[in-house]
Design a protein around this ligand. Sequence first.
Ligand code: SF4
Length: 344
Amino acid sequence: MKRHAIIPIFIPHRGCPNDCVFCNQRKITASSGPVTKEEVREKIDLWLSTLTDRPGLETVEIAFYGGSFTGIPVEEQNDFLTIAKEYKDRGLVQKIHLSTRPDYIDEMILNNLKRFSVDVIELGVQSFDEDVLKASRRGHDAAVVERSAKMIKERGFTLGIQLMIGLPGDSYESCITSAVKTTELKPDIARLYPTVIIRDTELYDMWERGEHRPPEQEEIVRRTAHMYRILTRAGINVIRVGLKRSDLINDAVDAAGGTYHPAVRQLVCGYLARETLEQQLAEIRKRSDCRRISFYANGRSMSDMIGWQGENKTYFKETYPQLSLRFEKDDSLADDQYVCREKE
Ligand code: SF4
């Protein structure tokens, strides 16, 4: 049972002056009305009614997602934060969480968020590479990320960093650099989002015109997996990998160029398991011509070892047809620990 629940409240950034190539908020907000205080209350009450009897639940967060929370007019921010704080003060939720752009953080904004007992601030950083930021028309540079992240941490908020993979102009190297720079800012949490090309975005038009070709899925998984490893090894909790279909706001949204996959986290964790086992297998084969090999993981990590839809099993069987391979459980191993052993 999950000990942590999030009540997601989508607050679109109406009138956002920015023009990020991957974003369809302008189109969405042009066709939908503003979110009202009543709607926010109704949503929180509805979620809370489904959570009351959940055994083992320790923390409930109200999370304002969407565009850039601190970019909307301060009166609107305060209206929503007043409601969230009321639920927090009544002990019905434990944390208030929001996401925003790195350049919508300053002293006044943070003081205001403190007034309403906000706990977690996530920055939509996307990349630390200046060329990628420009090509994606983010409208800010990497220096502002460092400044904002520092201010957020200094004031005692929990810091989150969101990165995207497969933006125009990015590469394996720029993705790895972004992950390393993220570790230097010491955030508590991170999210990794392979870029999904959705309709009604500039990126979609670029894709249609042939100006943007997304990397193949295998390459996206490789980049994301290595970023995931860098972040988790630095002690950062990667709370999400890949968009959920419901994150795409509109179920009718088509993802172009094969850029949406419903189970990116499984692909990424499966990739890392395969890479680890293959390295160990190579070591064993250097010193022995043993034909009988077993791969081990604990019960919780078995599915990642086997891979999404069994793809690791298929991969190893096709790549090493001369070997007799078994995938076995060993509960003495830690989560995400994979071991390759030769059999007598
Ligand atoms: S991603 Fe955020 S900042 Fe960029 S255009 Fe969309 S709403 Fe505006």
